[in-house]
Design a protein around this ligand. Sequence first.
Ligand SMILES: [Zn+2]
Length: 416
Amino acid sequence: MLVKTLLNSIEKHKCFVYDKDRLVDCDGCPQLEVEISPRKNSRARCSGCGASCPGYDRLDVRRFEYVPLWAIPVFFVYAMRRVNCPDCGIKVEEVPWAAGKHQHTRSYSRFLAKWAQRLSWSEVAEVFGTTWNRVYDAVRWVVSYGREHQDLSEVTAIGVDEIAYKKGHNYLTVVYQINQGSRRLLWAGIDRTEATLKGFFSWFGEEHSEGIEFVCSDMWKPYLNAIRDKAKNALNVLDRYHIMANMNKAIDKTRRKEVQRLKERGCEPVLTKSRWCLLKRVHNLTTKQTAKLDELLAYNLRTVKAYLMKEDFHRFWNYVYPRNAEKFLESWCQRAMYSRIEPMKDVARSLRSHRHLILNYFRARKEINSGVVEGFNNKIKTTTKRSYGFRVPEVLITALYHQLGELPWPPATHEF
Ligand SMILES: [Zn+2]
């Protein structure tokens, strides 16, 4: 009796009433069943068009799982009616507590999906005595609702990035909104081709795409092509984070080659355990790493030279006027070309050929914060790590939308 009172206060539906409730035994464990009946004289609604229609017949009793009470599973029990709809024909009725053919109530799905933002999906399944698949279903339903109802009208700045989601060359392309004060994951697609990113623009629609003012991306050619083609009015800015990441890759390459060279010559292995002290910024180094860096700087090594060039390049981002920045860029590239360090020469070549897009950084700086793409990149890594269960990219994409999409939630009569 009390259960009915509770349900009437948290989940009341106009055309239905809660009837009897009872404890039943299921393999030695109690379950709570609550019967539901249609309110007298209320007509069923067609699940095809939502119109109220004359009844046709009644199906067998079905159970819909609700939010558990004191770790006791709760089920709504209801025999669905079928209607004779003038437009859709014979159709099963629509009920407010469950969507489509789902065997669980909207409230329970919402409940599980809420927890799935805080815990890994297997943990949610374990805590609430359900399965991973059940949690996945719940998240998928919430995400698809959110994606249908999200507002895209204010998106004028986006960031494009790629993430490796599995060992080997398995990439996702991700697109964020990076407007000040409104940052979220907008879209994710499998692979990192021109067609992948074009997939985003066709989802986003021509009108919205033309409204984009800034796109922040890395130097990946297929992306640059798609952006030039589809975001016609946007200023494409090469992301600072990606440029510095490329430079770090070049240093690492130089270091590995040099380690090899020193080994072959039988020299002292000064470069071992030096990787991180060369890649991190000075103020992030540990005491031990600082000591190692001091030691290295005493040697006339290519790696050290490359490292100093990278450190010097950080000055580039401090310029205010694009023209001064351009001068610095050119002189830096010249020095790099004379350095006789192949990986650094490659960096210089690529900086030169993308000069125009790099300088856009200074034209857009007031509008976009370049750290934002890096921030998302880290959050994605956390989500990927936490959810080891994602063997298939589609599942990972759903999880990313759920975690980073800032999606609207399906409406609820009660927050659990
Ligand atoms: Zn209908």
